[in-house]
Design a protein around this ligand. Structure first.
Ligand code: FAD
Ligand code: UDP
Length: 391
């Protein structure tokens, strides 16, 4: 078999590139995906009880990038959502991310933004340029709130002290002095109205001259397919047969549990209403549990089914061959990645895209943005090569 573009991985990166290149260049594409489905880690599905869950961990779409929205809007309508998260520690739920409500819970009485700001001024550690995730938090909210909500969670999730992680990791979480307790900062926050899998299917359906091979690992099919260009969206160390060592990643284990309407009725006092198990979409467990969070997607999907499913998320050490979910944002891991990036620079005929191939802690909108930019670069290379052939 021969194609113009062999694209490894049918997640957001692979799908955007197949759609752009097949439609804009009229090129033939083959998407090779080792899982049994397209959509990558954003894949969602109905579980055995008919509840829509995010199979590889919760995916909250958010963006400030209008071009990304314009592009994805061609394949989905949106269901606006506020992603609400609580934190559970010391036997109670806390309002989170840290805001004025959290402060009132901490001091046990009503307060004001002025008082909270004065408190923060007193406790925050004066660091002008935070160099790591511990510094980024204590420089804003001091040691007490850091130890309550960040230290244990981060240690559990990454098996590293926040002091050893890049500042950008904990800086993902907003800290506010008013009562705004939305988990995310971005101006656009919504879910694909019919889910991520449906949106991925529409992206694929929009591709011309594109085939998909599921349950197929690139390493197994590469002998049977020739291509003019290869686009790779899997882990870069695996692509190069780990020749410069195994890159560090964090992995996860997901444990789902379903509750019937009758069981949920018993949870009414805790959840605050019937039909759900917990009082918010996501509850973070920084301290007393082995899992980091429990997610109940029914809070945001708009499903009206009687039962509900929760998913507990346990951090896991990454073993070669296991699922690599998070690149690890440390200076040392970045140096290891740079070795692979240098090798890749010697192969300009191969394009690397996405969270694993470029070793970046990317959100979905950043991945789409980068894939759109890469598609433009590949198009320019392709047309330049065509012109050279004519000349
Ligand atoms: P992926 O989605 O990982 O797709 C790569 C595909 O390549 C996979 O399907 C894989 O099976 C396939 N593949 C790899 N190697 C091979 C091979 N050798 N042969 C064949 N196929 C191969 N982003 C957000 O914006 N909001 C969130 O709330 C959010 N939550 C997340 C929660 C978790 C637990 C995780 C892990 C990620 C989360 N993300 C979130 C990030 C989001 O998943 C990524 O930004 C996005 O899915 C990356 O798309 P991608 O195409 O680069 O990679
Ligand atoms: N974090 C934390 N406590 C929390 C939530 C997050 O310490 O209650 C830190 C932790 O290091 C986590 C990072 O902030 O990995 C980013 O959190 P986010 O919820 O964005 O993680 P993701 O959804 O990407 O797993």
């Amino acid at each position: 078999m021969h194609v113009d573009f062999l694209i490894v991985g049918a997640g957001f990166s692979g799908l955007v590139l197949a759609e752009r290149l097949s439609n804009e260049l009229g090129a033939s594409c083959l998407l090779v995906e080792r899982r049994a489905h397209i959509g990558g880690n954003a894949y969602d599905e109905y579980d055995d009880n008919g509840v829509l869950i995010h199979k590889y961990g919760p995916h909250y779409f958010r963006t400030d990038k209008q071009p990304v929205l314009d592009y994805l809007g061609r394949f989905t309508a949106w269901r606006p959502v506020d992603y609400r998260v609580l934190s559970w520690t010391r036997d109670r739920y806390w309002r989170f991310p840290v805001n004025l409500n959290t402060y009132e819970q901490l001091i046990g009485k009503p307060s004001s933004e002025v008082e909270f700001k004065a408190y923060l001024e007193k406790v925050r550690v004066p660091i002008t340029a935070p160099a790591n995730s511990e510094e980024v938090i204590v420089s804003q909210i001091g040691w007490q709130l850091y130890e309550l909500f960040f230290k244990g969670y981060t240690q559990k999730q990454w098996r590293k002290s926040p002091a050893d992680l890049d500042a950008s990791v904990c800086a993902r979480i907003p800290l506010r002095t008013n009562r705004d307790d939305r988990y995310l900062r971005e101006s656009f926050q919504a879910l694909p109205a019919a889910g991520y899998t449906r949106m991925s299917e529409r992206m694929l359906a929009a591709c011309s001259r594109t085939k998909v091979l599921l349950n197929a690992d690139y390493r197994e099919v590469r002998q049977q397919v020739t291509c003019r260009k290869l686009i790779y969206t899997g882990a870069i160390d695996e692509f190069y047969d780990f020749c410069a060592g195994v890159l560090p990643y964090r992995s996860l284990r997901f444990e789902a549990e379903h509750f019937t309407a009758v069981q949920l009725a018993d949870r009414r006092v805790v959840a605050g209403r019937t039909g759900v198990w917990q009082p918010a979409l996501q509850v973070n467990y920084p301290n007393e549990r082995d899992y980091t969070r429990i997610v109940e997607t029914k809070h945001i999907t708009g499903q009206t089914c009687d039962g509900s499913t929760i998913v507990r998320e346990y951090p896991l050490d990454y073993q070669r061959g296991g699922e690599a979910y998070y690149p690890i944002p440390t200076a040392e891991a970045q140096r290891q990645y740079e070795t692979y990036a240098a090798i890749a620079a010697g192969h300009p005929e191969i394009y690397f895209a996405g969270r694993l191939a470029t070793y970046r802690y990317y959100n979905m909108d950043q991945v789409v943005d980068a894939a759109l930019a890469l598609a433009e670069r590949i198009k320019a290379d392709w047309l330049a090569a065509a012109q050279r052939r004519v000349a």
